[in-house]
Design a protein around this ligand. Structure first.
Ligand code: NAP
Length: 485
């Protein structure tokens, strides 16, 4: 067990209406590095979710009246407490999710940054005064919080995917009920402990972790007292939840799966391209929605680039996330590892070559070797679907037009990366890629101050930046008569 400075951050109950609620059943939380049970947590139910929605609805009546400045001050205290406890929170995340400790602490800082940003941004949401059409009337719009927010979040970013939703929701004056992934509830519950210490009032923030995803999900998508639903996860589940929201015509925001192209033109800085390709491909063991999925390299440099990529991948240390120097931790579960084997079998049967890795790691369990493949073609499943694991798949291309068509030939539209030193090409390609996030000459883009969201089937709406708070408000038009009598 890792050592924690503050063991009160490790919770075993759900957080509903300001209380820690145990249940009759429990949920085992496993360490993916060795598959051992590290904790048990109350297995929340549909009834718990209903109770949480009722509590959030009651608390909304008062929270919406707190001024944006006061809400901001409370959020700011929550942010500060998260940073003060970053090492404990990071260790908790590595323990239940597997990512290397440095990466986990990085996520805590990233997650906290949304709270800091929206604590301020909540004070800058304005309605309009519209030039009137009659001396006797005045026309105004108000921005009012949408009410109770239902949120479902995944395991791959157990903290940041929560704060990216909860911070703008609370800053806007909404209250929230969150269902974290049942595999990673400890990070979510630790956030509640710190929220309580920060003075976030009872019922404003609720977390119901539970294995009955369907039952809890139905409450959050269909309850008449939930005003907005927000989800981060796979496109398939997003579509299902969106259909469920239709019955009560809820506002819906979706952050779904990706299939990111990484394009290297023959005028690129190859050292930079290799470094960023490795970072975007293997972060979180390849398990992020913006991970590089399809690597396209221009023919003249393909051999050189692939050789350098192989060298860089070979240096990555695969280890338990708590070990010094660990870069690649375990995958999340057995299904994820078996999927890597299935994708490799499909690709090699269709002619792909394995240049490095290609099987489970000698550490056993959920560890998989960082893998490099070339001679990849469009008929392979690792091109058409989201790999979501440590396999880098390289194809070559001849022209700019060809690679743009290939990059856009997908229903996904989350993130795309490309490398070129030609400024004209940088502008042309950035404009032509059908993606919500385009990153040129770098693989680093995530920040609280800019919008993160997908086009096409990668989602609806954006999180982060000034865009990320918009959907937590309704616009009201006030037409005021009888002014000039
Ligand atoms: P997932 O299978 O869609 O699950 C996401 C969450 O939804 C889990 O907590 C899951 O709980 C829950 N869920 C599944 N079916 C449900 C239902 N019928 N009703 C209510 N909840 C349900 O996705 P995942 O494999 O955990 O996460 C990886 C996916 O998330 C990838 O596709 C990735 O690209 C995407 N992602 C997108 C973003 C973004 O910002 N665009 C960020 C991170 C991840 P159970 O496990 O209990 O079913």
């Amino acid at each position: 067990m890792p050592s924690f400075r503050d063991s009160n951050l490790i919770k075993s109950a759900n957080f509903i209406d300001g209380e820690w609620v145990s249940g009759t059943r429990t949920l085992a939380v496993l360490n993916p590095a060795n598959s051992e049970t590290i904790a048990t947590v109350a297995d929340g139910t549909r009834q718990d979710a209903e109770r949480a929605v009722e509590a959030a609805h009651r608390s909304f009546a008062s929270w919406k009246k707190v001024t944006a400045k006061e809400r901001g001050a409370i959020l700011r205290r929550w942010h500060d407490l998260i940073l003060e406890n970053a090492e404990d929170l990071g260790a908790l995340m590595t323990w239940e999710q597997g990512k290397p400790l440095a990466e986990a602490i990085g996520e805590i800082n990233y997650g906290a940054s949304f709270i800091e940003f929206y604590a301020e941004e909540g004070k800058r949401v304005y309605g309009d005064t519209i030039p009137t059409i009659s001396p006797e009337r005045r026309l105004q719009t108000y921005k009012q919080p949408v009410g109770v927010v239902g949120a479902i979040t995944p395991w791959n970013f157990p903290t940041a995917m929560i704060t990216r939703k909860a911070a703008p929701a609370l800053a806007a004056g909404c209250t929230i009920v969150i269902k974290p992934d049942p595999g990673t509830p400890l990070s979510a519950l630790a956030l509640c402990e710190l929220a309580q210490r920060a003075g976030i009032p009872t019922g404003v923030l609720n977390v119901v972790a539970g294995s009955d995803s369907q039952g809890i999900g139905e409450v959050l998508t269909q309850h008449s007292k939930v005003g907005k639903f927000t989800f981060t996860g796979s496109t398939a589940v997003g579509k299902l939840l969106m259909r469920q929201c239709a019955s009560s015509v809820k506002k819906v925001s979706l952050e779904l799966g990706g299939n990111a192209p990484f394009i290297v033109f023959d005028d690129a800085d190859l050292d930079e391209a290799v470094t960023h390709c490795v970072a975007t491909k293997f972060r979180n063991c390849g398990q992020t929605c913006v991970c590089t999925n399809r690597i396209y390299v221009q023919e003249a440099i393909a051999e050189n680039f692939t050789a350098r990529l192989r060298e860089a991948i070979a240096t990555m240390k695969v280890a338990d996330g708590f070990e010094d120097g660990a870069v690649i931790g375990p995958m999340i579960n057995e299904q994820a590892v078996s999927k890597m084997e299935r994708l490799l079998a499909d690709a090699t049967a269709k002619g792909a070559q394995v240049l490095l890795g290609g099987s489970r790691h000698e550490l056993g369990g959920l560890f998989f070797q960082p893998t490099l493949m070339d001679s990849v073609s469009d008929d392979m499943e690792l091109v058409s679907s989201e790999i979501f694991g440590p396999i880098a798949a390289v194809q070559s291309f001849s022209s700019e037009g060809e690679v743009i068509s290939k990059a856009n030939a997908t229903d996904s539209g989350l993130a795309a990366y490309f490398f070129s030193r030609d400024v004209g090409r940088v502008m042309r390609v950035a404009e032509a890629l059908e993606y919500g996030i385009v990153c040129s000459n770098s693989g680093v883009f995530s920040t609280d101050v800019a919008p993160f969201g997908g086009w096409k089937q990668s989602g609806i709406g954006s999180e982060g930046g000034k865009e990320g708070i918009v959907d937590f408000f309704e616009t009201k038009f006030h037409s005021m008569g009888g002014i000039d009598r």
